[in-house]
Structures are given as C-alpha cells and as structure tokens.
Design a protein around this ligand. Structure first.
Ligand SMILES: [Zn+2]
Ligand SMILES: [Zn+2]
Length: 171
C-alpha cells in the first residue's frame, strides 16, 4: 500500500500522514486535470480512482486538494473501492479557509488523518458504522468529520483484524 499526491498537495501534510499511518509515500503519476468537470467546477472522483488503478500496482491511496464529486452528491470528502485497490480523499473542504475561517494546520492534519483512515477502512471492506463516534460513521459535513472520533470502534476493529489489516491502522 502506498500514499500518493494527486495534483498539488502540501508536502508537510503528506509527510505527516505517511508517518502517522506508516503508509509509505509513492511518486505522483495522476494529473487531476483529466477528471475536471467544467459544468460542476469539480473533479470526478470515480475517474480519479480509475486513473489511480491505471497508474499504480497494488493498493494506492490518493491525497488531493481538488474538490471531488460523484454524480449523486454535491461533493465527497473521499471515496474508496470496497475491499478494493484504490481510494482517494480531499482536503479541499477540510481547510478552515474554505469556511471563511483562519487557517489551522493542526485541525487540517487531524481531519485529513481521519478521512484517510475512513477510506482505508472501506478499502479493507468496512461499511459505514452506526456508532457516531466511530471513524467509519458517515460524514457529510465537516462538523461530522470533527465529532466522529479518530478511532475504529470495537466491532470495526475486530472486522479489520479479521481481514488481517492491522497494517496502516494506528492504535
Ligand atoms: Zn465512507
Ligand atoms: Zn465502527
């Protein structure tokens, strides 16, 4: 499993996320421009997952600052193939600046880490969890990203362990 930037992504943040999850960094190979949708002014998340799979072998998680969408939703924080090979998450709407607030690097890092772990859970076959404090609960707003915890609940952790997926999941 590797973590790769898709388009411009703050280097310090990529390094921190790699260190905290112990997922090694890979080279940038996907240009997000191919997924640009001029009608929506956003980037097609499904297309980027396909690009990641086309450009990398093995399991790959893309980190981007592009605003992502899937057709049925106005935006997504991230997307992953269930029990699959590719995932992507975006910091576009995790930045305080997006909401007209002052920059907050620590908060950004904490949110980005939680999004990465959430998508990692999907890659490992976890569905959304009903426990609102679990990192696998669904979040459609940044407030929910903040209120959900940064840990997998007991049940989700057991499922992860059953899938043999302790790697890349900090305790
Ligand atoms: Zn999810
Ligand atoms: Zn859970």
């Amino acid at each position: 499993m590797i973590l790769v930037p898709v388009g411009e992504f703050p280097e310090w943040l990529l390094a921190r996320l790699s260190r905290r999850t112990r997922i090694p960094l890979g080279p940038p190979r996907v240009d997000p421009a191919v997924a640009w949708n001029p009608g929506r002014g956003q980037y097609d998340s499904n297309r980027l997952l396909a690009e990641l799979k086309a450009h990398y072998d093995g399991v790959v998680i893309g980190a981007t600052a592009c605003d992502l969408f899937i057709p049925v939703l106005t935006f997504v924080f991230g997307e992953a193939e269930m029990r699959g090979r590719a995932a992507i998450f975006s910091i576009h709407r995790l930045r305080e600046e997006f909401y007209g607030l002052p920059e907050n690097a620590r908060l950004l890092e904490s949110r980005a880490l939680r999004e990465l772990l959430h998508e990692l859970g999907h890659l490992r076959g976890l569905a959304h969890c009903q426990d609102w404090s679990c990192i696998m609960s669904s979040a459609h707003s940044v407030e929910r990203v903040d209120t959900r915890g940064d840990k997998f609940c007991h049940d989700c952790r057991l499922k992860l362990e059953a899938a043999g997926a302790a790697h890349g999941v900090p305790a």
